[in-house]
Design a protein around this ligand. Structure first.
Ligand SMILES: Nc1ncnc2c1ncn2[C@@H]1O[C@H](COP(=O)(O)OP(=O)(O)OP(=O)(O)O)[C@@H](O)[C@H]1O
Ligand SMILES: Cc1cn([C@H]2C[C@H](O)[C@@H](COP(=O)(O)O)O2)c(=O)[nH]c1=O
Length: 703
């Protein structure tokens, strides 16, 4: 929680983002208030209950239609203009359109005319929103460092789906309950009329703020930013990408599954509230709890699931939403129904956040805007579509079919649970990045912060230990000591290192570290070279050794890249981690031992009076960031890390490491050389494997 608070306060300290976030808050509040106030206003124009129901559904259908027709194209359109002008113009248009609806009624008092204008205005508003949304999504990355995007996502999603809807419901409730207080305003004081004027005002404020106070949104050079191709080609490019990318398809189907479940719940909410013995107030509470759950899922989800892989988190969240629907379907009492709604909201919120984060990582930059536009629009379509189908169906069936406890809304909720659960399973099958490891067990270990199940070793009898730390902290010294200890216990040990644990890796090492290389790699090239070394090392040395039941001890692994390239070079820890996770197919050590020492002392030891290699020549500040990153990685997963302060001689440090290793790892499960059941182990271990050798130089200088 402290990390989240720190990340949020960092992003909110960035002025332009803070102002944009305030605008998004106003716009989201206005969106929700507008939707329900317009639907309420349309209903208030009629007395007949059937006409009221149709008016509600009609408003939603009218807001849905343009998305279906123009949705995907709007992403292309919004990419072509100055985003600040697009956003402020759209907000100004929304102000005019929303304010016009009650004004027409106030001036004409003609219901037929008002209904026609309301219908036209709904379509126009939705078209405006379609252009506004991708412009907003595309602006956010330009206002923030990329490493802060996830925190920014949490903040904007929590605001849009967790905070704005309950506030809008609350505002409507206050306006309705306090009707007598504003009755002095005459027709302007009617709750829905007043709500629409307040809503319009939100968009006027948003338009002024974006235009005058966030000029940074305009900060891009359109000429250089886009490929020179026509809009139709942009559009077909987006479709082609979508069709050819299985993971993105899995993600989209999962996200839409979660939204369809939420839509059905809101749609049947009114009749379901009556089934539970409540009425309109109970419906409002169910809906508010659903959105509160959504907000909680987005805000607290990452903390709750810890290290669970994002694809697994995504699929599991959808299945959680499905479980919430089952709870609602069988709920005997209102409070059980409320609990079910909270679970649905939390599942949908976590799925949404995990899905967006995965999309940001997986979708290529040049089509990302169109993908987001497509998802945002289809989520709206599915959410509103499910509401529109479920609401009249539940109402209609209730008047004709009644089997006591088994009401139509319960049956519909059950159908929704099956649909959402099925789609969650579909997404899981497509995206699972840890085949062979039980999902429930994996979730349990992550949630309880038990030692993470490492993908690479879980089906292998071996054990993988990585040493990490800054320069000269004594890693090589301790690798040798631990290797000797394991060998003395009768285990077969593969001692290796990064970079340079293979023949190919030795060449990569020379390319990267040579301080005299006049053509030194750029930061991104450097990150890719380390990742390439690691991918080859994992596939050709570590995995086979683990599969043979050996102990693998590596001098550096993934954390070095996160610390040196992610933090030191400022390339962003997440992207760097993802690169290596992909390269190693998520091979995670059983234990990472971090040796911690003041970088000034370590550098002096490593250089030993010489100039040091290219990375050792970096500034002290660079090496301080590296040290901090190792410590913070260890702090996040105490079960899988051992931090050892290097404040004693090598033997004392070695004894401490040995004791901790014996305590933390189940060494009894390991094979021993003298076990006749594994007759080939010795031979396998001593066979030279792609350049990996136990006679690795004791220190880089031995290269
Ligand atoms: N606990 C210790 N106290 C003092 N000196 C140490 C200690 N451990 C190692 N050394 C010395 O520090 C120097 C660097 O040690 P070593 O090569 O093991 O570190 P390293 O972390 O592998 O270095 P590099 O980051 O360059 O790979 C060596 O001269 C070694 O003898
Ligand atoms: C694996 C890895 C290493 N580095 C850096 C860290 C060191 O400066 C050298 C490796 O040499 P060592 O002294 O033998 O440990 O490379 C890095 O920047 N990123 C990495 O992923």
């Amino acid at each position: 929680m402290a990390n989240l608070a720190a990340d949020l306060s960092t992003v909110l300290r960035i002025g332009p983002f803070r102002r944009l976030w305030a605008v998004l808050g106003l716009a989201s509040f206005g969106d929700w208030l507008g939707l329900f106030a317009t639907a309420g206003f349309a209903q208030s124009l009629f007395d007949d209950p059937a006409a009221k129901g149709l008016a509600f559904a009609g408003v939603i259908v009218l807001r849905l239609a343009p998305s279906m027709v123009f949705g995907f194209l709007a992403g292309v359109l919004a990419d072509r203009f100055d985003r600040r002008i697009t956003m402020s113009t759209c907000d100004l248009l929304r102000f005019l359109l929303i304010a016009s609806t009650p004004t027409v009624y106030v001036i004409t008092h003609n219901v037929a005319f008002t209904v026609i204008w309301l219908a036209v205005a709904q379509v126009l508003i939705e078209m405006v929103v379609l252009a506004w949304m991708p412009a907003k999504e595309a602006s956010i990355p330009n206002l923030l460092p990329h490493s802060k995007l996830e925190a920014a996502n949490q903040l904007t999603l929590a605001t849009t789906y967790g905070i704005a809807p309950p506030l809008a419901f609350g505002m409507l409730a206050v306006l309705e309950r306090g009707e007598h207080l504003w009755s002095g305003l005459g027709i302007y004081g009617e709750p829905m009329v007043l709500a629409l004027y307040i809503d319009a005002l939100m968009f006027l404020i948003a338009a002024v703020t974006v235009y005058f106070f966030i000029p940074e949104i305009s900060g891009r050079d359109l000429k250089h930013e886009r490929k020179q191709q026509n809009m139709w080609q942009d559009f077909t490019d987006g479709i082609r990408y979508l069709r050819g990318h299985e993971l993105v398809r899995g993600l989209i189907i999962g996200i839409l599954g979660a939204f369809s479940g939420a839509g059905i719940l809101v749609g049947v909410g009114q009749t379901f509230a009556i089934d539970l013995g409540g009425a309109r107030a109970a419906f409002n509470t169910l809906a508010a709890i659903l959105f509160i759950g959504l907000g909680c899922g987005i805000v607290f989800g990452p903390k709750l699931i810890g290290s669970l892989s994002r694809p697994r988190w995504f699929a599991a969240s959808i299945m959680l939403a499905s479980a919430g629907l089952v709870i609602d379907a069988v709920a005997p009492l209102l409070f059980v129904g409320l609990a079910g709604s909270f679970v649905i909201g939390a599942g949908a919120g976590m799925a949404f956040l995990a899905g967006i984060t995965l999309l940001q990582r997986e979708v290529d930059d040049d089509v990302r805007g169109r993908m987001f536009s497509f998802i945002a629009i289809s989520a709206r379509v599915v959410l509103m579509g499910a509401m529109v189908v479920a609401a009249p169906l539940a109402g209609w069936a209730t008047t004709w079919i009644s089997y006591g406890y088994l009401t139509p809304s319960r049956v519909l909720l059950f159908v929704a649970a099956l649909l959402v659960g099925g789609l969650g399973l579909f997404a899981f099958r497509r995206m699972d990045d840890k085949p062979g490891i039980g999902l429930v067990r994996d979730i349990w270990r992550s949630v309880t912060r038990k030692e993470e199940a490492p993908t690479g070793t879980v089906n292998a009898p071996g054990m993988f230990i990585a040493f990490e730390g800054g320069e000269g902290t004594g890693k090589t010294t301790q690798v040798l000591k631990l290797t000797a200890w394991f060998k003395a216990r009768g285990h077969t040990v593969v001692q290796t290192r990064e970079p340079g644990g293979t023949q190919l890796g030795s060449r990569i090492r020379a390319l990267i570290l040579d301080a005299k290389n006049s053509d030194a790699p750029s930061p991104r090239a450097e990150a890719l070279l380390y990742a390439a070394d690691r991918a080859h090392h994992a596939a050709s040395v570590v995995r086979p050794a683990l599969a043979d039941g050996n102990v693998v001890i590596s001098d550096r692994y993934i954390d070095s890249s996160i610390a040196y390239q992610g933090a030191g070079r400022g390339l962003g820890g997440e992207e760097i981690a993802h690169l290596s996770q992909w390269g190693t197919e998520n091979l995670v050590p059983d234990l990472t031992i971090v040796l911690d020492l003041d970088p000034a002392v370590g550098l002096a030891r490593a250089k030993g009076g010489g100039e040091g290699d290219r990375i050792e020549q970096e500034t002290l500040d660079f090496h301080r960031k590296v040290r901090e990153t190792f410590l913070s990685l260890a702090k996040k997963r105490p079960g899988r890390y051992l931090v050892v302060p290097v404040n004693a001689d090598p033997d004392t440090v070695g004894d401490h490491i040995r004791d901790e290793v014996a305590k933390r790892l189940n060494l009894e499960q390991l094979n021993k050389r003298d076990q006749t059941a594994w007759p080939d182990l010795d031979e396998t271990a001593s066979r030279p494997r792609d350049g990996r050798t136990e006679a690795m130089p004791a220190s880089p200088s031995g290269e």
